[in-house]
Design a protein around this ligand. Sequence first.
Ligand code: ZN
Length: 374
Amino acid sequence: MHVSAAFESGNIEVVEARAGAIDLKIRPDGNAEYFQWFCFRLAGGAGAACDLRIVNAGEASYTRGWDGYRAVASTDGEHWRRVPTSYADGVLTIRHEGQADQVKYAYFAPYERTRHHALVAHCLASGRARLSVPGTSVEGADLDLLTFGAPGEGRRVAWAIGRQHPGETMASWWMEGFLRRLSDPADPVARAVLDRAVVHVVPNMNPDGSFRGNLRANAAGANLNRAWRDPSPETSPEVWHIRNAMEATGVDYCMDVHGDEALPYVFIAGSEGIPSLTEHQTKVRAQHDAALQRANPDYQTAHGYPGSARGKANLRMCTPWVAERFGCLAMTLEMPFKDNADAPDPIYGWSPARSAKLGEGCLDALYAVLDDLR
Ligand code: ZN
């Protein structure tokens, strides 16, 4: 049996292979201490059961993320199922059941650059989107910006961004749902939205970290979702460029898409702690909550992060910074790595398909609040 992570999004190191067990370690993000994302291939393991033991799991960034967590595995790179996983004494143990000679294991279904390019091509082929590259990452990767609809008098300006944290691949699957609807000329909601709004989408804010198999950092070790107040063209150019693009367009709505390691729910963290919070921002957020719950019952409001007190928001984060700067509706959408505990799926847990459905539902919610954004 052979374990390797020497491929895009790969992350694992082999410590020791013994009879019936392989000890592994997750490699921290380069120039940073974060780690939780793993993705590796086990070759030559058909018919041979084996424990895959991640022995540094107890030092990972979010150890509560391992409670009740099950890893995903795939034999074809397309379909990812949950596999038996346990966490005890700082070790995450994934049970390899000998299903095939090639099995990939990951923290969540990975999302690679080839698929991103195909998604961009799909959007462009619809004739409804334009592609621009406002800048590049630390390592020179393109920051793709898809723009749907044309700017014009009285039109709303909506933004959606994903993968600031590269290990949160569910954000990319969410993007597939959101972008496929916007690209569908037969979708009446997409048509109605684009009649009245321009929608700017950055599917991947952190292409370097995604490629490297990082959890939270870019290639310079920066946590991009702490760079919005003072982005640096050297260490956080990804935020620098997209923030400049937002300044050029203005923002009436911003959805920043993430995954949460610990909480088994879909929830939104808002901007209630910003210094200049308005009654209108609070009201439209409540309208959006109700609309998203109707559009997709995976979304709920009972569980989430405690809201910041007035004036205590962290303006280094995208959502509070955008809400404060533009006085608009801005939200951080969190999807689970584990499952939705209110509607669990024993085979797949929270999955790419459910992430995409949530992305579809978010277009309905945007439509519902479009006329009330200002
Ligand atoms: Zn995140």
